[in-house]
Design a protein. Structure first.
Length: 375
C-alpha cells in the first residue's frame, strides 16, 4: 500500500501522537510512505534514522495562520498526490483543509465540538463563543467533505462524533503512551534538587485555554494559606505563556521546564510524584496512560472524558474549584496507601491501551480496507 501521511500538527497532544505513529511505521516495511511534515514534527524527529521506504516532504506553510496559506498548501498537496498516487491518505488529526482524490482516514481530536457541557464554555466571552460556533460550523463541513472514515481514541468520542458529523464510518483505535515510555532513556535532571518534604505535581501540556492551567495559581494560593508550601507544580510551557499565567510571585511554587520532547518525558516523570491535569476538555490525554506506566498517582478533572480513561485509577476534582483541588491534593499526600492503590489500579488498566505498535497496526488495517474499497 502506498500511503500519504499528513503529519502537519504543530503543538500539544496531537503533535506527540503523530510522532509516536511515525516511529512505529518503521516496523511495517511492506508499505510505502510519503510523509508531509510540519516544522514542529520535523524537530521532534531529529536524531531518528528512517528507512528509504519512508520519504519526507516539508509542509510549505503552517496551516491556519493565513487564508492564503491554505490555498498554497492545497496546491502543494494536489501536486504531491498527482506525483505519488497514494492508495490512501492518513491524517492523524483533521481537518486538513484539503480534499484528496484517494480515500482518507482522518483522526478526530477536537473536544470543543462534542463536549458542550464542559465548564470551559462558561469561562469565555460571548464574542469568543460566537467565533467558536463559526469555527465549529466550518470544521463540521470540512470533516464531512475531507474524511472517508474517521478514527477516534475512546468509545465515548466515537458515539459523539457519529452524531456530530452524521457518519457511521467512525472507528475506535485506543490511544496509548509513546514508545518512549517502553524504552526509557536517561537524561540530565530538569528540576532543581528536591527540598525535604517536597511533593511535585507534573503537568505535561502545551498552552491552550481549555487546559485550565491558570487554576494552578489559585491552588497554590489556597495551599499556602493553609500552610502547605511543600507542593511544587511542574509545567512545560513556552516562557511567554508561563509569565502571562503565573508571574514572578509564583516561580518558587510553579516550576517551568519549557517544551519537553517526547523521548525525555519519562525522565521528567521520574523527578515528580503526582500527575496533575486540571483540563476542561479532552478527547484523550496521553498523560493518563503515561502516568500509569510511570507508576504515578493521577489527579484530574471530574469530567466524563477523564472517567472514561482512568476509571477508578484517579482522584477527581471540580477543575474550577481551587479549594476542592487543594483538599484532594492534601488528602492524597497524607495517604500512602491511597497512592499505592491508585498506582496498582492504573497498572491494571494499562491493558486497555495496548501498545503504540498495536495502535499503528489498527490504523494501518483501516487504511488497507479503505484502499481496497477505493471509497
Amino acid at each position: 500500500m502506498r500511503l500519504l501521511v499528513m503529519a502537519i500538527q504543530f503543538k500539544g497532544g496531537s503533535l506527540q501522537g503523530v510522532v509516536s505513529i511515525l516511529r512505529e511505521l518503521v516496523k511495517f516495511p511492506e508499505h510505502e510512505y510519503h510523509i508531509v511534515l510540519s516544522k514542529e514534527v520535523k524537530q521532534q524527529l531529529q536524531g531518528i534514522d528512517f528507512p528509504e521506504y519512508m520519504r519526507f516532504y516539508d509542509l510549505p506553510y503552517r496551516c491556519g495562520n493565513r487564508t492564503l496559506n491554505l490555498f498554497l498548501n492545497r496546491a502543494f498537496f494536489n501536486h504531491l498526490e498527482r506525483t505519488v498516487h497514494p492508495d490512501c491518505v492518513l491524517c492523524t488529526s483533521g481537518p486538513m483543509y484539503w480534499k484528496s482524490k484517494a480515500p482518507c482516514l482522518m483522526g478526530f481530536n477536537l473536544p470543543h465540538h462534542i463536549y458542550r457541557e464542559s465548564p470551559y464554555f462558561k469561562t469565555i466571552t460571548f464574542a469568543a463563543q460566537i467565533r467558536r460556533f463559526l469555527r465549529q460550523t466550518v470544521h463540521r463541513l470540512r470533516f464531512r467533505r475531507e474524511g472517508t472514515a474517521f478514527f477516534v481514541q475512546t468509545d465515548d468520542v466515537n458515539e459523539r462524533l457519529r452524531k456530530y458529523i452524521g457518519c457511521d464510518k467512525v472507528y475506535t483505535v485506543p490511544n496509548t503512551y509513546s514508545v518512549s515510555y517502553r524504552n526509557i532513556e536517561e537524561f540530565p535532571a530538569k528540576l532543581p534538587p528536591r527540598q525535604p518534604g517536597e511533593l511535585r505535581c507534573l503537568t505535561i501540556s502545551a498552552y491552550y485555554p481549555h487546559k485550565n492551567l491558570g487554576i494552578i495559581r489559585k491552588v497554590v494560593d489556597v495551599l499556602k494559606s493553609r500552610g502547605h508550601e511543600n507542593f511544587k507544580f511542574v509545567v512545560t510551557l513556552p516562557a511567554e505563556y508561563y509569565e502571562r499565567l503565573f508571574g514572578e510571585g509564583y516561580r518558587a511554587s510553579i516550576l517551568n521546564v519549557g517544551f519537553v520532547p517526547s523521548r525525555e518525558g519519562p525522565s521528567l516523570y521520574q523527578e515528580c510524584d503526582f500527575m496533575f491535569l486540571p483540563t476542561l476538555l479532552e478527547c484523550f490525554s496521553a498523560s493518563y496512560a503515561e502516568a500509569m506506566v510511570m507508576r504515578k498517582p493521577i489527579l484530574t478533572s471530574d469530567m466524563g472524558f477523564a472517567h472514561c480513561v482512568c476509571k477508578d485509577a484517579a482522584i477527581y476534582y471540580n477543575p474550577v474549584d481551587a479549594n476542592e483541588i487543594a483538599d484532594k491534593l492534601i488528602a492524597l499526600a497524607n495517604d500512602q496507601s491511597l497512592q499505592e492503590s491508585l498506582v496498582a489500579k492504573g497498572t491494571q488498566l494499562l491493558t486497555q491501551f495496548g501498545t503504540s505498535l498495536d495502535r499503528v497496526q489498527g490504523i494501518l488495517r483501516l487504511c488497507e480496507n479503505l484502499a481496497k474499497s477505493g471509497k
